[in-house]
Design a protein around this ligand. Structure first.
Ligand code: G3I
Length: 446
């Protein structure tokens, strides 16, 4: 059987990786008035699922290019799209997305290598030995084509079933190869592109429950035996039947504590207005509170192309207008667009920026500078989220209150600021083994 995949990866052929990295650096240096730049200010990416068929639509491409720093092909890298018949790889639509993303300096998440859905029928009819070979060839073919170009791959997607059992889901892979198919897929993936982060991705694992416990046990086992896994994706498709769990942050943190990154991979939240905005805020704040939560991806640019065809779960409406959920996400990321923009007349506003002013083996000093916008302010509030292990031993020029590892700081004597004027508060942190950077959230003023 002949493989039509090019043996030379696209990146090696075109020398694109270095160029993309340079553009990415320029991207993150922009003012924090878009989702991508605000997230970059927090050391995270902010991505979206993208459909190749919409890239030619001017408003779609303009919104994508302006706001997002990462893309996930919504369907174009799935098995039915990339290997419709055995050994014949078709990369046209996926290449269009990757090329577009690289032109904009965006990361690409690869979605997905081994999944029970969107499988061409030939896969299901193979016997066990042949299926194992086909699975590994598929991983090698796809990852080889994009070698060096993919930030993270969803190596295995949705391998656990819903409900209380924590059992594996029936699929050709599970039924014919048994539990070991997941481990084999990850080992094959590591060899195919050692630079890519390798993720397990699933839904209804966002809070602590039987399904997430089963995934947790698998990741813990993989880490203890040296099976290569770098990240866990939490899809985060929320609606009234499946709301943002109260223990979302706690669940992300327990996975991070196993020694993997966590990523919000397919976020969308049914609803509208302030209620939807508040739910989006919860998700962003949870990610920012977990130092190993490295980025968020929403599952589409605009409500009009959401997979929830009758819903409005995204950040831009069908006319590409920013929704309240957009403003909430930008604000939670510490961005400065929309209502309340600093410098906008008639609005009390402030920004908060963080610097590390001293550093030693066991600790460091951090400083947050508060700057008033275009109006004088009489008070301000800023949040600082400490990485889990770290603790604050002293704080000056501010008054802190604590909720878990989130420190909310208000003025002590320095609340009143003229338009454009600054003050700062400082704090000393015990690292307790973690040198991670705290996340500074929204500054609000009155
Ligand atoms: O492209 C064809 C079109 O030619 C045809 O006329 C039309 C008729 O139904 O179908 C079109 O394909 C559809 C495709 O989306 C592109 O729009 C498929 O039918 C449809 O099944 C497919 O749905 C995708 C779904 O995965 C399939 O399982 C959604 O777009 C995609 O958003 C969704 O994404 C999944 C993630 O991969 C995994 N996690 C859950 C998430 C949401 O379901």
């Amino acid at each position: 059987m002949s493989m039509t995949v090019r043996r030379l990866s696209r990146a090696a052929a075109a020398g694109l990786v270095a160029a993309a990295a340079l553009t990415a650096a320029a991207h993150s240096a922009e003012a924090a008035d878009t989702l991508g730049s605000a997230a970059a200010g927090q050391g995270r990416y902010f991505g979206t699922a993208v459909a190749a068929s919409h890239l030619g639509e001017a408003d779609y491409a303009a919104t994508l290019d302006r706001e997002f720093s990462s893309v996930t092909p919504e369907n174009e890298m799935k098995w039915d799209a990339t290997e419709p018949s055995r050994g014949t790889f078709t990369f046209g639509s996926a290449d269009r997305i990757v090329d577009h993303a690289q032109g904009q300096g965006m990361n690409v998440r690869g979605h997905t290598l081994v999944w029970h859905s969107q499988l061409p029928s030939w896969v299901g009819s193979l016997g066990a030995a042949d299926l194992r070979t086909a699975m590994n060839d598929h991983i090698k073919g796809l990852m080889g084509h994009y070698k060096g170009e993919i930030h993270s791959w969803d190596v295995v997607n949705e391998a656990f079933q819903d409900g209380g059992s924590g059992a594996r889901r029936s699929s050709p892979f599970q039924d014919k190869l048994g539990d070991g198919f997941i481990e084999e897929a990850f080992r094959t993936a590591r060899a195919a592109d050692p630079a890519a982060k390798l993720c397990y991705n699933d839904y209804n694992t966002d809070g602590v429950n039987a399904k997430s416990n089963a995934v947790y046990a698998m990741v813990k086992d993989f880490k203890s035996r040296g099976v290569p896994i770098d990240c866990v994706g939490f899809q985060s498709h929320f609606n009234s039947n499946s709301p943002v769990p109260a223990d979302y942050r706690q669940n992300l943190q327990r996975f991070a504590d196993l020694g993997v990154d966590v990523q919000i991979t397919e976020l969308d939240i049914e609803g509208s207005g302030s209620a939807q905005a508040a739910d989006y805020t919860k998700v962003v704040e949870a990610c920012l509170a977990v130092s190993r939560c490295t980025g968020l991806t929403v599952w589409g640019v605009t409500d009009k192309y959401s997979w929830r065809s009758s819903g409005t779960p995204l950040l831009f409406d069908g006319n590409y207008q920013e929704k309240p959920a957009y403003d909430a996400v930008l604000s939670a990321l510490g961005g400065s667009g929309g209502p309340g923009e600093p410098g906008e007349p008639g609005t009390a506003a402030c920004t908060a920026t963080y610097t590390r002013t001293a550093d030693w083996n066991s600790g460091y000093n951090g400083q947050v500078t508060i700057t008033a916008g275009g109006e004088p302010i009489s008070s301000w509030t800023a949040t600082v989220t400490l990485p889990a292990q770290q603790s604050v031993s002293s704080l000056w020029n501010g008054t802190p209150t604590w909720n878990g590892n989130v420190m909310t700081v208000r003025p002590s004597w320095n609340g009143t600021l003229a338009a454009g004027a600054s003050t700062s508060f400082g704090f000393t942190v015990a690292k307790n083994g973690s040198d991670a950077v705290p996340a500074v959230g929204t500054c609000t003023a009155s």
